[in-house]
Design a protein around this ligand. Structure first.
Ligand SMILES: *Cc1c(COP(=O)(O)O)cnc(C)c1O
Length: 369
């Protein structure tokens, strides 16, 4: 608990003070060298990311959103192309598809994992489908073997939106190394966060890697010679310097997140629907989300006793105003709609103490009765 007696949802302040001297030194090193753009810490980070995930190439970039754009641009997505994805995710997943004038095609989710349901993908494939973009929601990957098999059969590319799952595993292999492309985010509140915006895109395909390295630098191949229409999508050296320190402690953070989640589940299992992690998965717990009826009342009462909550996400993407032109309606994806109505995220960060989790869950149980 902090000084005012309230629980901190993501505890970003402790994420700094926990390693303050090392982070300060790492940032100061950038300032001393004034290598703000594509400085050495950027290459150091990319090597660390490759080693950690097992992907051959990690290309750092300005955000998770840019990572998604870089992957879609690498496969040359064109207007009218279709990309299959889930409606139960953050807007960036489908937004990047639509930003390139391609069409997001939604598929409903599994009621257990809240990830795209592989059994419902094939019926949505058309001659215009170019890619499948599963999202590893809340920190656990989708069934990537099943999705890769469908993609292979229909000659499609798979792009994992791993913005919430960096560090998670599927059948012993790391998220970000499970398909042709993976995109992650280092937004401060993600499991591995920097101190601003940041992201990375992963592939083991050399040609795609080279193209994305160029796309992130305005499509240039050498200075002021531009092969592609690209973007200004670099990660700041200062953010790489922060991540280079935080990467050294990330495995400990993951274990602490898992400890927090296990404690929550033990204390709440019998009163609400707690998260299901499939046996072939480990999660990095981007969110710890339960399902409740009367969500607004419970959230308001918890707030009164110093327990913040959040809703990820209150409205599935097919019902968002910006996607009205896609002509979806209520009832099209019943599971995504039901989960959106019931989901409620509790405070999640590696610094939550056992007593705090006990306080949160006991307050929660009081509100339920
Ligand atoms: C956070 C997030 C993104 C976007 O990442 P940014 O770094 O904020 O651009 C994309 N997809 C999902 C699922 C996310 O949670």
């Amino acid at each position: 608990m902090n000084k005012t007696g309230t629980i901190d949802f993501a505890n970003l302040k402790l994420a700094y003070t926990d390693h303050k001297d090392e982070i300060n030194a790492s940032i100061a090193n950038v300032l001393d060298n004034a290598n703000y753009i594509m400085g050495e810490p950027v290459q150091v980070l990319e090597e660390k990311l490759q080693k950690f995930t097992g992907a051959k190439y990690a290309i750092s970039c300005a955000s998770g959103t840019d990572a998604l754009l870089l992957a879609l641009m690498a496969i040359d997505i064109q207007p009218e192309d279709e990309v299959i994805t889930t409606p139960f995710t953050f807007i960036a997943t489908a937004e990047t598809i639509a930003f390139l004038k391609a069409k997001p095609v939604f598929v409903d989710i599994e009621e257990t994992s809240y990830n795209i349901d592989p059994a419902k993908i094939e019926e949505k494939i058309t001659s215009r489908t170019k890619a499948i973009m599963p999202v590893s929601i809340f920190g656990q990957t989708a069934d990537m073997d099943a999705i890769n098999a469908i993609a292979e059969k229909h000659n499609l590319i798979v792009i994992e939106d791993a913005a919430q799952s960096f560090g998670a595993t599927y059948k012993g292999k790391r998220s970000c190394n499970l398909s042709t492309f993976a995109c992650t985010s280092f937004f401060p509140a993600k499991p591995l966060g920097c101190f601003g915006d940041g992201g990375a895109v992963f592939t083991s395909d050399k040609k795609f890697a080279e193209k994305m390295k160029s796309l992130r630098l305005h499509g240039q191949t050498e200075r002021y010679h531009h092969k592609y229409i690209g973007m200004g999508g670099r990660m700041d050296t200062i953010q790489a310097a922060v991540l280079n320190v935080k990467m050294n402690y990330y495995q400990v953070d993951i274990e602490n997140r898992q400890r927090v989640a296990e404690t929550y589940s033990e204390l709440l299992n019998e009163v609400v629907v707690t998260p299901t992690i499939k046996p072939e998965n480990t999660s990095v717990w981007a969110q710890y989300s339960i399902r409740v009826q009367h969500r607004e009342t419970i959230a308001a009462k918890l707030k009164d006793v110093g327990v913040p909550t959040a809703i990820h996400y209150p409205k599935p993407l097919h019902l968002q105003e910006c996607f009205e032109y896609l002509d979806y309606g209520a009832g099209d994806f019943p599971i995504a709609e039901k989960i959106s109505d019931e989901i409620l995220s509790l405070p999640m960060n590696p610094y939550l103490k056992k007593e705090e989790i006990e306080y949160i869950t006991s307050q929660f149980k009081t509100e339920l009765l």
